[in-house]
Design a protein around this ligand. Structure first.
Ligand code: HEM
Length: 212
């Protein structure tokens, strides 16, 4: 396969943008059709949480896919995927603040303190916020080497979100989906540890490209 250039990868960005907006468009369509279930806010809270997690896992998959296909320019799609993860997580947090807590700060604070699964979700969200705010050239230049270290937080965020999801499901005896998402995260984490070494062994000339 020939190497994709930065320019050719950038041509896929509008398609990625449309794909990322698909869940939002689907909610509008379901709302228009009156099919947001009997409890629309609960549906939107769950659906936005699920899409935030999916986008997070897609973001974490970009580097392994880049390494396996030996296409360094694919990394240019990572930021857009990460920003979509933040976008859906923010909508998820807003539906909780609105529907569950009526936007009353005191109630929101109590819920964060009282329910461990909300505490963990909030931690994940705040960490995502930091990554979203530093996902620009200006922050990259300003933070230098620390930028890469900071953005490794994404693996911790993934683990926190799986814990949040698992906690939410505990007591309902319904762990099938959490286990699938957890397994995907585990594979991606394992790749982070062994992937670059495997690439270096089987394709020594690309050792450098798989280092981040
Ligand atoms: C401000 C932080 C957060 C709060 C307050 C929060 C709150 C909630 C609540 C209340 C639910 C239960 C919804 C229901 O059953 O009606 C939930 C479920 C969930 N949340 Fe969060 N969450 C937060 C952060 C996150 C983040 C950052 C992610 C992902 C990136 C996430 C992913 C999920 C998932 C996947 C579910 C399960 C959805 C399902 O049952 O199908 N949450 N969250």
């Amino acid at each position: 396969m020939s190497r994709l250039t930065a320019l050719s990868v950038d041509r896929y960005k509008p398609a990625l943008l449309l794909l990322g907006l698909f869940p939002l468009a689907r909610w509008f369509w379901l709302g228009w059709q009156g099919e947001l279930t009997a409890n629309p806010m609960e549906f939107l809270t769950r659906s936005s949480g699920t899409w935030a997690l999916v986008c997070l896992l897609v973001t974490l998959s970009v580097s392994p896919i880049r390494d396996v296909l030996n296409q360094p320019a694919l990394v240019r799609l990572r930021r857009t995927c990460g920003l979509f993860a933040f976008f859906y997580a923010a909508l998820h947090a807003i539906t909780w603040a609105w529907w569950d807590q009526g936007f009353v700060l005191g109630l929101m604070w109590r819920d964060v303190i009282d329910r461990p699964f909300i505490t963990v979700g909030m931690l994940a969200f705040l960490a995502l916020l930091v990554l979203a705010l530093t996902s620009n050239q200006w922050a990259m230049r300003g933070l230098g080497k620390r930028w890469k270290r900071l953005h490794r937080l994404i693996y911790l965020i993934g683990a926190l979100v799986i814990l949040h999801y698992w906690w939410h499901k505990s007591g309902k005896n319904d762990y099938a989906e959490v286990l699938v998402y957890g397994a995907v995260l585990l594979v991606l984490l394992a790749w982070r540890l062994v992937g670059p070494r495997l690439i270096a062994r089987f394709r020594p000339e690309t050792k450098k490209a798989s280092a981040n």
